[in-house]
Design a protein around this ligand. Structure first.
Ligand code: GDP
Length: 326
């Protein structure tokens, strides 16, 4: 299919065309890359924007249950919802692969919903670019909300937070000392902490955990992009669909405030800068990984070790070979 035709179909909201375009951006083939870049440029002209919501949480905390319930609630309100995942392959365990067909069963059947499993790739940098481009494609296809899910391990939260307007951290009810288990950096990224499973026997533990996190959040430095009362913690039950409407109201309040104050566009501009830098860094690192570069590095480092060449001269030689020296 020609890029123009694909672009046309995506703009008309054709989900198959969208899926196809995401496959195109996920491809490593050079001609596909060129076509994807052209497509993204054409689609950027539409100026369509979605609310991008990042969602992180450890396996078992209830992410897919939450997305299913929350997504269904949004769809019932007439909103179109896309779900993407950033899934560092190392985090995959047995049957619970993000985007597994059995997950979000109800939501996946909705006309107003689109669910895309994570691209399989070990390199988080590569996954980040593909997901970011998939987000843009979903926006062009007219989705109102794009949920970007990740397993709460390692670097993937940062990646997701850097492509989201709003970052949610899903936690499970726990004993008081569990608070230590969430890294401060991750807490600082969260706009709203949702303590899930606030139902049945777990309800009082969830409320305690929520109070602990509310207290911890109050101790964090106030961010200029937040109105009073944010970041905040609240309880939800994804299973019983409780508290989801309140959570959504809070998200909307936060985003309206940020939009009014110019923080929304400001954050997106900062994120664009970040990704530009990341793309350059990733491309340079990729050059170092070719067989030629690795052999050359080894040869030059042997020469450096034996004192034949100075480290500086060897580095310059290497960079010249890579075509990046001035
Ligand atoms: P994920 O690995 O984070 O995607 O977690 P899942 O959504 O697969 O949920 C893991 C388990 O927690 C499942 O057995 C769910 O039924 C259960 N679960 C999810 N949300 C809730 C909730 O709100 N309350 C209770 N009691 N269980 C839940």
């Amino acid at each position: 299919m020609k890029t123009a035709e694909l672009s046309e179909k995506i703009l008309s909201g054709d989900r198959r065309a969208l899926a196809r375009a995401i496959t195109l951006v996920e491809s490593g083939r050079e001609d596909h890359r060129a076509a994807a870049t052209e497509l993204l440029e054409q689609l950027a002209k539409s100026g369509r924007q979605a609310l991008r919501i990042g969602l992180s949480g450890t396996p078992g905390v209830g992410k897919s249950t939450f997305i299913e319930s929350f997504g269904m609630m949004l769809v019932a309100q007439g909103l179109r919802v896309a779900v993407l995942a950033v899934d560092p392959s190392s985090a995959r365990t047995g049957g619970s692969i993000l985007g597994d067909k059995t997950r979000m069963e109800q939501l996946s059947r909705q006309k107003g919903a689109f669910i895309r499993p994570s691209p399989s790739q070990t390199n988080l940098g590569g996954v980040a670019r593909r997901t970011r481009e998939a987000v843009s494609l979903c926006e062009a296809a007219g989705f109102d909300v794009v949920l970007i899910e990740t397993v709460g391990v390692g670097q993937s939260e940062t990646v997701v937070a850097q492509m989201s307007d709003l970052f949610l951290l899903l936690l499970a009810p726990a004993g008081g000392d569990e608070l230590q288990g969430v890294k401060r950096g991750i807490m600082e990224m969260a706009d709203i902490i949702l303590v899930n499973k606030a139902d049945g026997d777990l309800k009082s533990a969830a409320m305690r955990t929520c109070a602990d996190y509310s207290g911890a959040l109050r101790l964090l430095r106030k961010r200029p992009q937040d109105p009073t009362g944010y970041p905040k913690a609240q309880t939800v039950s994804a299973l019983q669909e409780a508290g989801l409407d309140t959570a959504w109201e809070d998200m909307k309040t936060l985003m309206e405030w940020r939009r009014e104050k110019g923080h929304w566009s400001g954050t997106r501009a900062e994120q664009a800068r970040y990704w530009f830098g990341e793309d350059v860094r990733q491309a340079l690192l990729a050059r170092l990984k070719t067989t030629w570069a690795q052999d050359r590095m080894e040869a030059l480092s042997d020469q450096v070790a034996s004192g034949e060449v100075s480290p500086t001269a060897a580095a310059q030689e290497m960079l010249k070979g890579l075509g990046v020296a001035g």
